[in-house]
Design a protein around this ligand. Structure first.
Ligand code: KG4
Ligand code: ZN
Length: 351
């Protein structure tokens, strides 16, 4: 029987051991979970330092780095979990969105494993993976809840209605918040990856620079939408203006003021979404979820408003494979398997 025919007959286990693979950007990540939420191994090999001198991720370098790292990451994961490939019940892999060449490394490798060991191949949306990181942080968590999705490519307030139903209440109409962090980092002369460096610099600054409010009163779209390009331009203009006037730029104040403007609006809209839906649980997902100012501000507000807050570990906010296992588990239960024609997708519609 061909692999394709087999996908119909795979036996669904209660607590499958899932090997997850994530290669959408510059992290080669392989994790193993039992039943979706119990992490047995969680490996990440990053090529970030190789990209730093170019000021951003270079797709070709990322793809090559994945090719070099994927076998090592997989072997390490199996070793740390004290398992062999014979113990693995299914392979979950990020199919997109992301850098096409980078994704192809993970997808091809996952296909080879699934075919060789005759186990299900589970395609996973990277964004759904980010959202599913919440299930790793709280083993008993069940929808519904609101999540702030804040990554390098996405910014949205998402209503997680069920394990399988996600409604975008609002999203960015231009840049993503992580992208804005990265661009401001560049303007301030900070290295890639920008987000953590802006956060670090902001610790020495104050929120004293007035920046424009996002999306004015005349905006016709969703009240949960965002726009980061105006904020970014305002910061760039401020820095250039100061330089032209021959004044020394107060970089730490710029970082701090930008961070407040970029993050406060995420928090306000998320709490408005909680009010609208009547939900009592708020989660955070995506790389910007690792931001300390965001995390601390959310803790204060959640306590005040009696909201249960799910903060995934920082390493599960940025790209990782444990989140791919968590989402892969849900897709496994729904028998959403792929055959060997599975392809990577640079862009995925919706989430
Ligand atoms: O989710 P992620 O790892 O990759 C994408 O799917 O995009 O997010 C990466 C983004 C980058 O823009 C990075 O600068 C930002 O998350 N980021 C942060 C922090 N850590 C990562 N932004 C602000 N503060 C941080 N601590
Ligand atoms: Zn990501």
């Amino acid at each position: 029987m061909s692999y394709k025919e087999n996908t119909e007959y795979f036996v669904i286990k209660e607590n499958p051991i899932i090997l997850g693979i994530e290669t959408s950007c510059d992290e080669t990540a392989v994790a193993i979970t039992k039943g979706g939420r119990e992490i047995l191994a969680d490996e990440i090999i990053s090529s970030a330092t190789e990209h730093a001198r170019f000021g951003g991720v270079v797709p070709e370098i990322a793809s090559r780095a994945h090719t070099e790292a994927i076998l090592t990451a997989t072997e390490r994961a199996l070793k740390n979990a004290n398992l062999t490939m014979e113990d693995i019940d299914a392979v979950a892999v990020t199919k997109g969105a992301g850098l096409l060449g980078a994704l192809l490394v993970g997808v091809s490798f996952a296909k080879a494993l699934a075919f060789s060991y005759n186990i299900p191949l589970i395609p996973v949306s990277h964004i759904r993976g980010h959202i599913a990181a919440a299930y790793l942080a709280d083993k008993g968590l069940e929808p519904p809840f609101i999540t702030i999705l804040a990554s390098g490519g996405h910014t949205a307030i998402v209503n997680v209605k069920s394990f399988y139903e996600h409604e975008i209440l609002g999203q960015t109409v231009d840049d993503a918040v992580g992208e804005a962090f990265d661009k401001i980092a560049r303007v301030l002369g900070l290295k890639y990856p920008g987000g953590p460096n802006v956060e670090r610099l902001a610790l020495n600054g104050q929120n004293v620079i007035k920046l424009p409010k996002m999306l004015g009163n005349n905006y016709q779209g969703s009240e949960f939408d965002f726009s980061y390009s105006g904020l970014k331009t305002a910061v760039i203009n401020y820095v250039h203006g100061e330089t032209q006037k021959g004044r020394e730029v107060a970089c730490a104040d710029v970082a701090c003021s930008f961070q407040h403007a970029a993050i406060d609006v995420l928090i306000d809209k998320a709490f408005n979404a909680l009010k609208l839906t009547g939900y009592k649980t708020l989660a955070v997902s995506g790389g910007v979820g690792a931001n300390g100012y965001l995390r601390e501000s959310l803790k204060v507000r959640a306590e005040k408003e009696n909201i249960k807050l799910i903060l995934p570990e920082k390493r599960h906010c940025t790209d990782n494979a444990a989140m791919i296992c968590a989402e892969g588990y849900l897709q496994y239960k729904a028998k959403n398997f792929a055959d060997l024609t599975l392809n990577a997708q640079a862009v995925v519609d919706g989430i």
